[in-house]
Design a protein around this ligand. Structure first.
Ligand code: SIN
Length: 532
């Protein structure tokens, strides 16, 4: 089988399969360079003495703003403690707390301290380290690093392979397999300012759409409220765990504006904090607000957040002495390929796990630190499901089409990419309205037309095609949802429409990717069975 993506979901899936099972693991960057690696805050699981899956369920459902799939959430939170034990058995070292239990941090909208962390604020890096070490020693697993998946191969109504391109050589291969697992992450790079690494260009969702696979909830992108906003520095996440430890947010007048905004103040749900910050910075003053740790124990903060402190020091900022400039940035894609809790999709033979999938556990607004948990739990589930079923025969799929072998275009891909990201950041951001969405749609559609005239297949062009396709459907989904819910806020429709509770927007494309059909889905999002 083939697993595309080597973050927590793809690695957990590969490692949970019976040893010796032949797996090709495709990683867009060097192994270990996934989005998982940059997760700071941690992994949420109900492992504390005062906690329970029932409480974790309630917080997840509340954050999801009426759009979570209750069965999927139950499956997630109930499997959490067991999945953490699996991770410990792989050699992940979480920070220790009292009585030989892991230390548990607090993040927004969690009613309990339930966020396991490692190296203070280097949780994703530690998880990635431990799983990569295991995978390297694993018999049967072939790793294809610095390679990207271009498209799925479909025949007889099944997915039977994936076309993969090696970045270094440009060589294109069709990998045929009875099961393809997409675990290739999110789409933060569609926006000009993002906490995501460069590989997060929405490839998985775009290739699924081209293969006619159902996708949903595309209008829901989570903007992280506190990403470092220095004019000459790249965006850098300042974990929500910092506010969990008691940091304040202050506006240009020095006021703690969150106190008047929400009873949980700085620990209000992420969408509420992001919008409040956006309101504060919408004025003519500086394009950021400040995170303030000056009242907190300096030694403890330096110990708890060593990665953040070291990063700030590079720019002459002291974590606990300076006011830190922060602003919202695109962070997590709640929409994706409609998938069940073992990754089942609408296309037999294709599974989707982690951020690329839309299982309904995040609804309209993901609860902090539930994403590592989702990748882990449903990655393990997918492996168990695959191992428990007879592998189907290989299907006849068309060989890699010749269009994948044409030479790269001379067009200025960098300018197109810049224009797309600028349009998304201007008009498809924390606050949207019809005028802005239409403007973004027009300019990105023009871009798509220009790209359609090129026959280029250089990896960066393939990536940009994915970004363009995904941007257009995100905008269309945002335009069609005429209400505000969770991370999707329409200033022209500021209220939540009660009749839209539990209503997902489902999008189906024909298998040539040409025709789009929107549908509403008010029942459970996930296909529960029938595919392998
Ligand atoms: C953070 O550390 O603030 C990010 C954690 C998350 O997005 O779940």
């Amino acid at each position: 089988m083939v697993i595309v993506g080597a973050g927590i979901a793809g690695l957990a899936c590969a490692l949970r399969l019976p040893e010796g099972r032949r797996v090709a693991l495709v990683s867009k960057g060097a192994l270990g360079e996934s989005n998982t690696r940059y997760a700071q805050g941690g992994l949420a699981a109900a492992v504390g003495a005062d906690d329970s899956p029932t409480l974790h369920f309630a917080d997840t459902m509340a954050a999801g703003a009426g759009l979570c799939d209750a069965d999927a959430v139950s499956s997630l939170v109930e499997s959490g403690p067991e999945a953490v034990r699996w991770l410990l058995a792989q050699g992940t070292r979480f920070d220790p707390g009292e009585h030989e239990q892991p230390a548990l941090g607090r993040e927004a909208a969690h009613g309990r301290n339930r966020v396991l962390h490692a190296g203070g604020d280097a949780t994703g890096a530690e998880i990635e380290r431990s799983l990569v070490a295991q995978i390297r020693a694993r018999p049967g697993v072939t790793v294809r690093e610095r390679s990207t998946a271009l498209d799925l191969l479909v025949g007889d109504g099944r997915c039977g392979g994936v076309i993969v391109q090696d970045f270094a050589t440009g060589h294109v291969t069709a990998l045929r397999a009875p099961v393809i697992v997409l675990a290739n992450g999110g789409a933060g790079q569609l926006w000009a300012v993002t906490s995501n690494p460069p590989a997060a260009t929405g490839d998985g969702v775009a290739m699924a759409m081209r293969a006619g696979v159902a996708v949903a909830d595309l209008e829901f992108t989570q903007f992280h409220p506190t990403v470092l906003a220095l004019p000459d520095a790249p965006p850098f996440l300042i974990s929500e765990a910092v506010r969990g430890e008691g940091a304040y947010l202050r506006n240009g007048r020095g006021e703690r504006f969150m106190v008047a905004t929400h009873p949980l103040a700085e620990l209000a749900p992420r969408d509420i904090v992001a919008r409040a910050i956006q309101r504060e910075i919408a004025g003519p003053n500086e394009p950021y607000v400040s995170l303030d740790l000056r009242h907190l124990d300096a030694l403890r903060m330096a110990e708890r957040f060593p990665t953040i402190a070291a990063h700030l020091a590079r720019y002459g900022l002291d974590l606990t002495r300076d006011l830190l400039p922060v602003a919202p940035a695109a962070h997590y894609f709640m929409g994706g390929i409609v998938a069940g809790t073992a990754g089942e999709t609408s296309l037999p033979g294709l599974r989707a796990i982690g951020e690329v999938s839309c299982t309904g556990v995040h609804g309209a607004n993901r609860l902090a630190s539930n994403s590592l948990l989702e990748g882990l739990v449903f990655g393990l589930n997918a492996a168990d499901h695959i191992a428990g079923n007879r592998l189907p025969d290989l299907v006849d799929v068309p060989r890699a089409a010749s269009r994948y072998f044409r030479p790269p275009s001379a067009e200025d891909v960098a300018t197109w990419r810049h224009d797309l990201r600028a349009a998304m950041s201007l008009d498809v951001a924390v606050v949207r309205d019809a005028t802005g969405l239409d403007r973004a749609s027009t300019s990105i559609a023009r871009l798509a037309e220009r790209m359609a005239c090129t026959d280029a297949t250089a990896p960066e062009v393939a990536e940009l095609r994915n970004m363009t396709l995904l941007a257009l459907v995100i905008i269309a989904a945002a335009r069609r949802r005429e209400e505000s819910r969770g991370s999707h806020f329409r200033s022209d429709f500021p209220d939540t429409a009660p009749e839209m509770d539990g209503q997902h927007q489902l999008l189906l494309t024909t298998s040539d990717g040409q025709r789009l059909t929107y549908g509403r889905l008010s029942v459970a999002l996930s296909p529960r069975s029938g595919t392998s």
